[in-house]
Unconditional design. Structure first.
Length: 277
């Protein structure tokens, strides 16, 4: 078996890996549930490569993510549900249908008009999906209502953002960022009270409320909270690495360094970043 730029070679490889008699013992026993965590992990690794602007890694990680799609499609084909070709057909039909301003006639000539048109088409698709599922004797979606389209499987920050976006579509939203700051201060005060009560369940509840409010202000100022936090995580890694490097250079180590010593090095890392900016 040789590598190839043709997608059919990857499909052939996955089919061979899943063959009961001659395939890979690990691949053969996998299911949608056991593969799901790897699918999420690969998506995050793609995002990480993009943030690092590492095109070599991005090419590699996109391949890993594509493998996840092929893996799921292969298992579905074995079960008689759908094939990889069905996946490709579904997404190509969807993209053509959602871009009439490109592939057909449409008056949508601004980003705002395209977004409105996209939402209208998606709503029509939901109606078609319900009718299709009814014809096949499948149950209606478990989650109904205006927020039903927001998947519970999203990372919590993403789910919070999407819930707020959906609610805002019907006017359930703050008018400006300033009142949200007041709400954040209110949630901080309630978290302080919960901490003072030493009630872990209450602390968790109030902490969730605080994070939800912070996500909301991020949305209002046009900053994706997930990306903002990932940026802060990268910054933390960089500064902590500076602490570790400096300690090692001076014959010290993390385990024996005092908090004061590490804080001094942290501030030094921040000063270096400011100079570089």
């Amino acid at each position: 078996m040789q590598s190839s730029k043709d997608i059919t070679r990857l499909l052939d490889i996955m089919e061979a890996l899943r063959k009961p008699e001659t395939g890979c013992p690990w691949d053969i026993v996998q299911t949608f549930e056991t593969i799901k965590p790897y699918t999420l992990e690969e998506a995050y690794e793609v995002a990480d490569a993009i943030e690092r602007a590492d095109m070599d890694d991005l090419c590699d990680e996109l391949g890993d993510l594509l493998l996840q799609v092929v893996f799921h499609a292969r298992m579905a084909e074995e079960a008689g549900d759908f094939s990889f070709g069905d996946v490709v057909d579904a997404i190509t039909r969807k993209m053509i249908r959602r871009h009439p301003h490109v592939f057909a006639r449409s008056d949508a000539d601004t980003p705002q008009a395209v977004k409105l048109q996209w939402d209208e088409i998606k709503q029509a698709e939901k109606t078609e999906r319900r009718e299709r599922r009814a014809k096949r004797g499948l149950p209606e979606d478990a989650d109904k209502g205006h927020l039903g389209s927001v998947q519970r499987s999203f990372p919590a920050l993403v789910e919070a953002l999407k819930l707020q976006e959906r609610a805002a579509k019907v006017g359930f939203d703050w008018s400006s960022p300033e009142p949200i700051l007041d709400k954040i201060e209110e949630e901080i005060a309630e978290l302080r009270e919960a901490l003072a009560s030493n009630d872990k369940a209450k602390v968790a509840d109030e902490l969730g409320d605080l994070i939800f409010a912070i996500v909301n202000i991020g949305r209002h100022v046009g900053t994706d909270p997930e990306m903002a936090l990932r940026g802060t995580n990268t910054k933390f890694r960089r500064r902590f690495s500076h602490i570790e490097t400096e300690l090692n250079a001076n014959g010290e180590n993390l385990e024996e360094a005092t908090l004061e010593r590490m804080e001094d090095l942290w501030q030094a890392a921040k000063a270096i970043e400011r100079r570089l900016k």
